[in-house]
Design a binder for this molecule. Structure first.
Ligand SMILES: [Zn+2]
Length: 102
């Protein structure tokens, strides 16, 4: 085997190895990107569901606007209160415990 044919074989082998590495890199990049996108979509849908749940009561209706104030039933000033349409201000616990919710 002369030097020239060995050189040709080595070049062909090198091109083959580089092509395989390139394809493996592309496949790895696509896999990484798609897994990352799926993870991000799952996380954002979970946080959106948690935000939506925090804005609704047990029966799925929207809660009244939230703000700082004093609860009219328990008198607690630390928790944020909901401003109801009839003018009363109730914290989340007292709003959930209230029998006939408006
Ligand atoms: Zn209260």
């Amino acid at each position: 085997m002369n030097q020239l044919s060995m050189f040709g074989e080595n070049i062909a082998l090198l091109i083959g190895i580089l092509t395989c590495l390139g394809f493996a890199g592309i496949i790895g990049l696509v896999l990484y990107t798609s897994l990352r996108a799926a993870h991000t979509a799952r996380r954002s849908s979970k946080s959106l569901a948690a935000y939506d749940k925090s804005r609704r009561d047990a029966r799925g209706r929207l809660l009244p606007p939230l703000g700082a104030g004093i609860c009219e039933q328990c008198g607690d000033t630390r928790k944020p209160v909901h401003f109801l349409l009839d003018g009363s201000r109730l914290c989340r616990q007292c709003l959930d415990a209230r029998p006939g919710k408006s």
